[in-house]
Ligand binder design. Structure first.
Ligand SMILES: Cc1cc2nc3c(=O)[nH]c(=O)nc-3n(C[C@H](O)[C@H](O)[C@H](O)COP(=O)(O)OP(=O)(O)OC[C@H]3O[C@@H](n4cnc5c(N)ncnc54)[C@H](O)[C@@H]3O)c2cc1C
Length: 374
């Protein structure tokens, strides 16, 4: 049946309605209609279906390959150049001002190779971003807990002190579990040499974290094959006794008016138990001494002189086999702490350097010892 009207192309690109279809001889019209009907209704759908199938299979395959590649590209591990998202999975208060933060990478990337290299290289840190202010601060990963099922090797732990006015530490302490925290690193702060015989580490407050990295690198991972583990003495000073994570004090411990139950955590923190275990596992190689301002116990010049005298006696009593290795004094803590014991760090070309030895260490006879300020 003929259509009542049809569209026909006009010269100026518009269309006009026609009341009659254009005249086509019936013979051709019938022939073309019958051809069109047969291919459109019977043959063409089948051909198109098989074509779609043949096209969609390889497209889906290459799409999957591209997706996997894209995911790998999008999920790099910890990176010194750009910030990578982690999730805050645990936060344990270890004193009224400090907590141990456990961060897990948000992407399922394994960072173990990056961490392994950083642990082998020496003392390292990462930067944490405060996204609202777009500023970053450095924090020192705590050494991994060995043989622990709680800690996954891709997690990082930090001991972070909340500075009352601090922009980043204050921000971090307010974050809830599950929050995103962006990290950039690792950044090598000090390359630990392989030929170390002895380390004296003066740590102030959270400066204990790099001290534990030294223990991990030189004793737990061992310095170098065939070389005896070095002796490490850590002298750890805190403002308050409670900052020492509930650890049992050494012979410098003295009773004070501030020995209230609130000033002393009732249970030692996980970190405190780790320190105790480390000391027990490496007796004779590793020792800790704790000092607290609020108990009037300080790392005095006399304490240091005695420490170095003990070291000389010990070295004479049990000399290490083979060529003598290095003797290191590492100082880490707030600027005032570092300055008091070893003199101030210096800025050169926009970078902070250890600088010449000053402070108490300069007054002691320390020939044969290298001093590094962190
Ligand atoms: C290599 C490295 C590793 C570190 N590792 C750790 C670690 O493991 N754990 C840890 O807790 N810390 C660590 N720190 C310290 C840490 O990076 C931060 O410096 C610390 O957390 C304070 O940062 P913040 O942003 O909270 O404080 P900021 O906002 O930087 O403030 C610091 C202090 O300066 C004062 N201040 C700020 N601006 C001014 C101003 N304009 N005038 C006067 N005073 C001002 C504030 O009141 C505050 O008391 C490390 C530092 C370095 C360099």
């Amino acid at each position: 049946m003929p259509l009542p009207w049809r569209l026909q192309d006009c010269r100026h690109g518009s269309f006009k309605l026609l009341s009659q279809p254009p005249r086509v001889p019936l013979r051709y019209a019938n022939t073309s209609r019958s051809k069109f009907q047969s291919s459109a209704t019977v043959g063409r759908p089948q051909r198109w279906q098989s074509r779609i199938l043949w096209i969609s299979v390889p497209v889906a395959f290459f799409g999957c390959v591209a997706y996997v590649k894209y995911r790998n590209w999008e999920e790099p591990g910890l990176n010194p150049e750009r910030f990578i998202p982690f999730t805050l999975v645990a936060k344990e208060a270890v004193s009224s001002t400090s907590s141990v933060f456990t961060l897990s990478p948000r992407w399922a990337t394994t960072n173990s190779q990056i961490y392994d290299q950083a642990w082998k290289d020496g003392i390292w840190s990462v930067q944490v971003k405060q996204p609202q202010l777009q500023i970053a601060r450095s924090y020192t990963p705590l050494s991994p807990i060995l043989n622990s099922e709680q800690i996954i090797d891709s997690d990082l732990r930090f001991l972070i002190r909340r500075d009352p006015q601090g922009e980043v530490s204050g921000y971090l302490h307010k974050l809830p579990i599950g929050a995103e925290i962006e990290l950039r690193g690792p950044h090598l702060e000090y390359a630990i040499p392989n030929d170390v015989d002895e380390v004296v580490f003066l740590a102030g407050g959270t400066g204990i974290a790099p001290a534990l990295q030294v223990v991990h690198r030189l004793i737990v991972l061992s310095s170098s094959p065939g070389r005896e583990s070095p002796r490490i003495r850590i002298l750890w000073a805190n403002r308050r006794r409670e900052d020492a994570l509930g650890l049992p004090m050494n012979n410098l411990d003295k009773p004070t008016e501030d020995n209230s139950s609130t000033a002393r955590p009732s249970l030692p923190s996980l970190l405190a138990r780790e320190l105790t275990n480390l000391q027990q596992d490496h007796q004779g190689k590793l020792s800790f001494q704790y000092f607290n301002d609020d108990q009037k116990s300080f790392i005095t010049e006399d304490v240091l002189a005695k420490c170095f005298l003990d070291s000389t006696r010990q070295a004479k009593k049990c000399p290490t086999e083979g060529p003598a290795g290095r003797k290191l004094i590492l100082v880490s803590g707030p600027d005032g702490f570092v300055k008091h014991y070893a003199g101030p760090k210096v800025w050169q070309g926009g970078v902070e350097h250890s600088g010449p030895v000053g402070g108490i260490l300069k007054r002691l006879d320390l020939s044969g010892w290298e001093v590094w300020k962190l």
